[in-house]
Design a protein around this ligand. Sequence first.
Ligand code: NDP
Length: 256
Amino acid sequence: ARTLARKTALVTGASRGIGRAIAQRLAAQGALVVVHYGTDGPAAQETVDSIVEAGGRAFAVGAELDTVDGVEQLADAVRSGLRAHTGEEFLDILVNNAAVTGHLPYAETTPDLFDRLFAVNVRAPFFLAQRLLPALRDGGRIITIGSAVTRIALGDELAYTMTKGAMEAYTRTLANEAGARRITVNLVAPGPTETDRTRAFFRSSPQMEAMMLQGQALPWIGQPADIADPVAFLASEDARWITGHVLDASGGTYLG
Ligand code: NDP
């Protein structure tokens, strides 16, 4: 059902992986989607093309989120793009999905990498939402993609895990501030999710696949659509009374 008709959405990091699936899902429900990317313009255009082929509406905007300048460029480009496409500068749904990912042992994490992780994963969504709040319509949605790593102590992901923990705190506190305008702020926390980036590792051997499934309650490897569906729910009118919430979407990873 086109429950998001006449709504507009921005999905950061929608050139691939989970962000692409979220962009496709929101567009399938009728939203006009701004497909953000960092450097891979052609991949973002593939996301846009897939949406348009399916009868949806989308356009791409590039901006590197390592710097506050990049974040401001993105906010400006979103507003001007929305004006060009709709005649207005209103945004209904902001999905903070872009992040620096990857494994690195604590001992090898340099101050530069630490700063980059916090710049892209925490500072960028912080200032992006700040800059876009005036354009976010009352009743709007801010949805961040976090990670189940905040609940599970995984080696080699310490600084990354800290960025996701910061976004959980952001979610609760901003929810309290934005609520007066009926804007909800929530976070979806995926477990291991199969994308072009992670596939080779997850499918490296039958033993690896078996080990992953052993750590989960549900018997398949998480797919981008398994994350996009709960994001679409939180974006919908049905989720109007849910705010400041961390929603685990990990197939029950490491429940014990
Ligand atoms: P990918 O690494 O496949 O894609 C990352 C996206 O973010 C790309 O669109 C990329 O743009 C963009 N991006 C990365 N760095 C920057 C930057 N410096 N400036 C601007 N854009 C940037 O990510 P996934 O789909 O795997 O993950 C999406 C979200 O889900 C992330 O928040 C991640 O932490 C979270 N997550 C993922 C899990 C998984 O197993 N895949 C598990 C748990 C959480 P470009 O293509 O131009 O480089």
